[in-house]
Design a binder for this molecule. Structure first.
Ligand code: BGC
Length: 768
């Protein structure tokens, strides 16, 4: 764990240049706006370690799967959101020598992520080998107000010389993906063009023919005056640049304003893509940096109004929660239901930028409570629109009659990854997708979703479960064999408790939804009954499975068993393991991990979290106290669920420990892998840990419930939640709770099991 960033409530601050941390910082200081993202790479040339990364949402490549021994049913490709045109580049040459922080002396280096206003700033002095010293300050942002625009203000001042500064803004589409399966380049050039002060590069991907276009324009000023210096243009394969040579004196300030529009054929017609991009970049240039910046501050102000969390008396926790919220807001804005949230957002290549069960299991609650309803609905519609593919996916495996198996990893509904046993056998993801529907309807009250879209998906998933179980005559129960549960440190196990439980829960919920529609919208129900061919026999079969499912448990210990063979394993606790063995996934062979009792992430506990109403507090406590000490939390998704359950059973100390771990996972590089990108989906888990863990937020039977508790380390905290048209600000201290209704909509809620109504613009005060 490396802690090199300064603590601050609103900013992430790196002081001093340490090349060893550069790739970590490149991830942490990433920017995005839901439509594109950019790692915090330097604008100028850099020869040190760096993972170049610019990503355009939804533009991916189906890279042929790499497996040792091909078997039927393997996914054909591993999708990757592509690293695309480097649009931030500005090379600097001082009297013939290139500015390259890998090769010169660097002083007063700072890199600051201004989360309140949504921009990245970097400043430093560089002393080149030729002895010339310059001061550089760069500010850049990806516009929240204009989906396609990124802009940079790059300022240079000579400190100890008069001389020539050569400035080369460029676009470079000759880009590779580090995680390419066969070291292949994925981009082909379509068009390019360059003239003084502007230029563009249009590329397309191999195979799927996604077209993208980047159009750059720039202005240069010297001591505030715009220059009309002559420009040398240059082009080569997938690359264009402009070079300006500027004579300057000591302490002059040269500023380059670079405006770039990045578009894709996902949103614009290929035939007009170049013109549209040219026009968007011109509009940005005409608006100018200051106007674009003001738009940015305003857009972020709106985001923070709905989503900010304040923690008093703990700057470490405060900075971390804002960092998590910031990254989530810049990853997914919910404007396009074809987009989703990759585990690393736009901050790295790992996991290919594809959609996992993370979305329904961890991300949905954040967007439900901090954004308008349409945002989370779009996450659900993403799966609804991929139902046909999920049915095809199940058919490929021999399932019939409209059974749907959603992919564990996907871009367009097809399964796409390099793994089988771990990833593919995690059929539990199907349950999370059903649970997502429940979660959305329960939170928003939008029951119309069920008839319009929800039931189709639920029936498909239920059919899959009904065919995936088999009746064991030995056990006289239904069993589910050969699965991988959420704990990926066991593969191909029988009767994973979580999977069996979420499967029967799905069957029950689907039957409930059918009954609801029968009672409340018989017309729609009849249509769906015909369309989906739902028969009474089928429902009886589901009911039989519900009543006769097998759930492994250890009656003596009073715990559910992760899977049939779990207690045959040598039982060791993580605290008794020498820390030199950790993290297991880097220190142990896969074989040793699979044989051990150590757990990667919440598994039985994931079920107790989702379905908490079914289990009493003693059951939750016993299972928590059994499983948590065996859990190594080597998935970033693990600590958040443990925070929530620890809060529920009143173990506030453990909740706080787990909370810091999830909240500062990337800032403190806990898992030693932040260089690959931030753990964006687990950031939503952090939010959940806070609001559901400490705040105790739930929605039950159309009532908002709060059960706030406060760790000793905090003087107080506050969070905001949007709920069915209202916006509430909840302020908690050790002896007081204030709930301020910031809208005119009356809200019914329960706090510590007592009911209250808060009228519009009123504040409810409760003394504890
Ligand atoms: C976790 C999975 C998760 C995936 C993507 C894995 O390490 O075990 O549960 O879906 O990462 O975040």
């Amino acid at each position: 764990m490396k802690q090199y960033l300064k603590l601050d409530e609103w900013n992430i601050i790196e002081e001093g240049f340490n090349p060893e941390n550069n790739e970590i910082s490149e991830s942490i200081f990433s920017l995005g706006n839901g439509f594109m993202g950019q790692r915090a790479n330097f604008e100028e040339e850099y020869s040190g370690n760096s993972l170049q990364g610019s990503y355009i949402a939804g533009v991916y490549f189906p890279d042929k799967t790499r497996v040792g021994w091909w078997k039927n049913g393997y996914p054909e490709y591993f999708a990757k959101v592509l690293n695309s045109t480097n649009w931030i580049g500005i090379n600097i040459v001082i009297d013939g020598e290139s500015l390259n922080l890998g090769e010169c002396e660097v002083k007063n280096f700072t890199r600051i992520l201004h989360m309140k206003e949504g921009y990245l700033e970097r400043a430093f002095n560089a002393i080149l080998k030729n002895g010339k010293e310059i001061r550089v300050n760069s500010k850049r942002f990806i516009s929240m107000a204009r989906n396609e625009i990124g802009t940079i203000k790059y300022s240079i001042s000579p400190i100890n010389f008069d001389g020539c500064i050569e400035i080369t803004p460029y676009l470079d589409g000759d880009i590779i993906n580090k995680d390419s399966n066969y070291d292949e380049k994925f981009w082909l050039e379509v068009l390019k063009g360059v003239k003084p002060y502007e230029g563009y590069v249009m590329l397309k991907t191999k195979k799927l023919d996604f077209n993208i276009c980047s159009y750059m324009r720039f202005d240069i000023t010297k001591n505030g005056e715009k220059l009309n210096t002559s420009i040398d243009t240059f082009q080569k394969d997938k690359y264009i640049s402009n070079t300006a040579k500027i004579d300057c004196c000591k302490n002059d300030e040269i500023v380059v304003y670079k405006y770039v529009a990045n578009t894709s054929s996902r949103y614009y017609d290929i035939d007009t893509l170049r013109e549209v991009t040219e026009d968007l970049s011109l509009q940005a240039q005409n608006a100018g940096f200051q106007t674009l910046f003001e738009e940015q501050v305003k857009a972020w102000d709106e985001k923070w109004t709905h989503s900010d969390i304040i923690i008093k008396g703990d700057v470490e926790a405060q900075q971390a929660i804002r960092f998590n919220i910031f990254q989530l807001n810049q990853t997914y804005t919910g404007q396009d239901e074809r987009l989703n949230i990759g585990p690393k957002g736009f901050t790295g290549e790992k996991y290919g930028g594809s959609t996992y069960w993370d979305t329904e299991a961890y991300c949905l609650p954040f967007y439900l409570s901090t954004a308008e309803e349409k945002v989370s609905k779009n996450l659900l519609l993403y799966r609804y629109k991929q139902l046909d593919k999920a049915i095809e996916n199940a058919e490929k495996l021999g399932f019939t009659n409209g059974s749907a198996l959603y992919p564990m990893v996907t871009m367009n509904g097809e399964e796409c990854h390099n793994e089988w046993e771990i990833t593919f056998e995690e059929i539990h993801r199907n349950g999370a997708i059903a649970y997502g529907i429940y979660n959305y309807v329960n939170y928003t009250g939008d029951k119309s979703y069920l008839g319009e879209y929800g039931l189709d998906v639920l029936v498909g998933i239920s059919r899959f479960w009904a065919q995936r179980v088999n009746f064991s005559t030995g056990k006289n129960k239904y069993v589910m064999l050969g699965v991988t549960g959420p704990n990926e440190y066991e593969n191909n196990v029988n009767n994973n408790w979580y999977t069996n439980t979420i499967a029967t829960w799905t069957l029950e919920y689907t039957i409930d939804v059918i009954n609801y529609l029968k009672e409340n919208d018989i017309k729609r129900f009849n249509e769906l009954e015909n369309k989906l061919n739902i028969s009474p026999e089928e429902l009886e079969n589901w009911q039989h499975i519900i009543e006769n499912m097998y759930y492994p448990e250890d009656k003596n210990l009073g715990v559910f068993l992760q899977q049939d063979g779990y207690m045959d394993k040598e039982q060791v606790l993580v605290k008794d393991l020498d820390s030199k063995h950790l993290p297991l996934n880097q220190k142990w062979s896969w074989d040793r991990i699979l044989r051990s009792c150590f757990i990667k992430q919440a598994d039985v506990l994931q079920g107790l979290y989702f379905l908490e109403d079914r289990y009493n507090i003693d059951t939750v406590k016993r299972n928590f106290e059994f499983y948590e000490p065996r859990t190594v939390h080597e998935s970033s998704l693990s600590p958040c669920i443990h925070t929530i359950l620890a809060s529920k059973i009143g173990n506030v100390e453990k909740a706080y420990e787990m909370y810091l771990r999830t909240a500062r996972l990337d800032l403190d590089n806990y898992n030693n892998d932040t260089c690959d990108g931030c753990h964006t989906t687990s950031m939503a888990g952090t939010w959940m840990a806070f609001v559901q863990g400490f705040g105790g937020l739930r929605v039950k039977n159309d009532k908002l419930i709060l059960n706030p508790l406060i760790p000793d380390q905090w003087e107080g905290y506050s969070f905001k939640v949007m709920y069915r048209g209202s916006l509430l600000k909840v302020d908690v201290t050790s002896n007081n709770i204030d709930i301020n209704n910031e809208t005119d909509k009356e809200v019914l809620l329960s706090i510590y099991d007592k009911n209250y109504t808060i009228k519009g613009y009123e504040t409810l005060n409760i003394r504890r």
